[in-house]
Design a protein around this ligand. Structure first.
Ligand code: SF4
Ligand code: SF4
Ligand code: SF4
Length: 175
């Protein structure tokens, strides 16, 4: 039995177990040798934020074919992590492909660092430490007063986390 909590990402867990099978496969039969590689590629795509609903269907269909047609127990059981996570954590898969969100905060490419303008004092330390130079100053109007705040241009962010680590005011969160 493996116990996991909300910090475990189910598509990433399925990928982890499949990578093990790909390493261990002897290569004698193609469902295991090739099919598991294709499953891994689909999971890679999904955890990188490039997956689609069609990929989820392909994942389920291919996993079922491998389970039915692989020669030995290794290949026949290898798709179980995919099938059981699809059955029990379908919402998490959908979030990855539709909302481009990883609720466990594991899939780096789906993470977003966000600055709360209410908490940011505009000290600029995050921008100074950002290797991608993607943080800039902006004006933020709160009820009754105007504040300086920083903002992150998400398309340029390389998710290094330096801003998050350097903000002493708790103004940056991971979404
Ligand atoms: S299912 Fe068994 S026989 Fe087929 S490639 Fe995998 S390990 Fe080899
Ligand atoms: S380090 Fe924090 S408080 Fe300072 S500018 Fe950046 S987000 Fe704002
Ligand atoms: S995570 Fe890294 S690249 Fe992205 S805004 Fe923060 S410091 Fe810049």
């Amino acid at each position: 039995m493996v116990v996991m909590d909300e910090t475990s990402c189910m598509p990433a867990i399925a990928k982890f177990y499949l990578e093990f099978t790909c390493e261990e496969s002897c290569g004698k039969c193609s469902p295991c040798r090739i099919g598991n590689k294709r499953l891994c590629e689909l999971l890679e795509k999904i955890t990188n934020g490039n997956g689609t609903m069609d990929d989820l269907n392909a994942l389920r269909n291919l996993a079922a074919v491998i389970k039915d047609s692989a020669l030995c127990g290794l290949g026949q059981t290898s798709p179980n992590p995919v099938l059981s996570t699809l059955d029990n954590f379908w919402d998490e898969y959908v979030e990855h492909v539709v909302d481009k969100k990883c609720r466990a905060g594991v899939c780096k490419k789906l993470m977003q660092y966000v600055i709360d303008p209410e908490k940011c004092i505009g000290c600029g330390k995050c921008a100074k430490n950002c290797p991608a130079e993607t943080i800039s100053r902006t004006d933020y109007t709160a009820p009754g007063h105007k504040l300086a705040s920083m903002v992150i241009e998400q398309s340029k962010c390389v998710k290094c986390g330096a801003c998050y680590q350097n903000c002493k005011f708790g103004a940056i969160s991971i979404k």
